[in-house]
Design a protein around this ligand. Structure first.
Ligand SMILES: Cc1ncc(COP(=O)(O)O)c(C=O)c1O
Length: 378
């Protein structure tokens, strides 16, 4: 056989979420009444003032290369956003990237060496593990404690641990980690001299409690790589705009990697990002209000069915125990009831009877999907 594909890339599995959505699309194209609850993107239009800003930038000729790290106006706007949250940061701590996903990839590539251990809470968003593997790191899965608001990281951390990844509000859980848990992670990060990657992409989609950043805790700003972006808050998934905030050294090396790979996010998209952060925020409030109504509808149905679930306080997902092999469950539920959901297996190792339900779909769809779920499990 011709030696072509690298071990590094062969080592990555295809995304289970994409397999389900491909099947859902196929059934929909055959005229089946598919309800897609496997989606990870808001079902709202990008607000008009953001689209207008991109159009204006294009018409003004802002269609050329920009600085690798991003245009100064956007770096300023991001630094202002985090300064308003109480962080002592400047534009030098910021790099903008084509999507938060690429910020995560660059951050991991910049800090992980072959054999370094990275702690991932099980379940976690699907792309952390492949990024760690490509960088040559070793994934150490830590299952959550009952209730999903804590995890025994202290039992898994070692002197080889280089990075702990936290995502709050969490995809797939919808959980917001309480202060007590973040404080524990802070103490472990200090004791074991690790970095923390804090993925805060859902920081504005919060219904209860406050989504605190681990970087707020004593001595953590230097040790935290904050990831955030525009995809979820401003319904801009296709625009590909995200960012990282970190100490200047990490930003320097991420910038170096970016300069030799994607160069920078699209020029006029960066101007749209400035309009998003600096413009009217009522679009965000409206979207969050709607997500809360949908969350409440879904949660009531799930409670009525007597199913166990993680406390859904933010993002737009519920993680639910269906007490059956979730791969089989999701396949059958889609084939027989035409509802696409995501098996827990896609997000780690320990939750093979759990599924993720996204409520980034209309109230009517949620009601109908919950009726079909009740029928399916009865
Ligand atoms: C937890 C988490 N982090 C990062 C991302 C990536 O976001 P982006 O679309 O900005 O690349 C997602 C998208 O699904 C996500 O759920």
């Amino acid at each position: 056989m011709v030696k072509t594909i690298s071990k590094r890339v062969k080592n990555i599995s295809p995304s289970a979420t994409l397999t389900i959505s491909a099947e859902a699309k196929k059934l929909a194209s055959m005229g089946k009444p598919v309800i897609n609850m496997s989606v990870g993107e808001p079902d709202f239009n990008t607000p008009k003032h953001i689209i207008d800003a991109a159009e204006k930038a294009m018409k003004e000729g802002k269609t050329f290369y920009t600085p690798t790290k991003g245009i100064p106006e956007l770096l300023d706007a991001i630094a202002d956003y985090y300064s308003e949250k109480g962080f002592d940061i400047s534009p030098e701590n910021v790099i903008v990237t084509p999507g938060a996903k690429y910020a995560i990839f660059e951050a991991i590539m910049s800090v992980i060496d072959e054999g370094d251990e990275v702690i991932l809470l099980d379940p976690s968003w699907v792309s952390y593990e492949p990024c760690i593997k490509v960088a040559g790191g070793k994934v150490v899965w830590v299952p959550h404690s009952a209730g999903f608001e804590d995890a025994p990281v202290e039992e898994y951390i070692t002197r080889k641990t280089k990075l702990i990844i936290i995502n709050s509000p969490s995809n797939p859980l919808g959980v917001i980690y309480p202060e007590k848990f973040l404080k524990k992670i802070r103490d472990l990060a200090i004791d074991y001299e690790t970095l923390v990657l804090s993925d805060e992409i859902y920081d504005r989609i919060v219904f209860e409690d406050k989504a605190r950043s681990i970087a707020e805790f004593e001595d953590m700003l230097e040790k935290t790589i904050i990831i955030n972006g525009f995809s979820k808050t401003y319904s801009m998934t296709g625009w590909r705009l995200g960012y990282a905030i970190a100490n200047k050294d990490i930003v320097k090396y991420m910038t170096r990697l970016q300069s030799h790979s994607v160069s920078h996010p699209t020029s006029f998209v960066q101007y749209a990002g400035v309009a998003a952060l600096k413009g009217d925020q009522s679009c965000v409030d409206k979207m969050v209000k709607e997500f809360k109504v949908r969350r409440d509808i879904m949660m009531e149905h799930i409670k009525d069915m007597g199913l166990e679930f993680a406390p859904p306080k933010g993002a737009f997902y519920m993680f639910v125990n269906v007490n059956k092999d979730s791969m089989e469950f999701c396949e059958k539920f889609l084939k027989e009831k035409y509802v696409a959901t995501t098996p827990g297996k896609a997000f780690g190792n320990s939750y093979s009877t759990w599924i993720r339900l996204s409520y980034a779909t209309s109230r009517e769809n949620i009601e109908e999907a919950m009726n079909r779920l009740a029928e399916f499990i009865s």
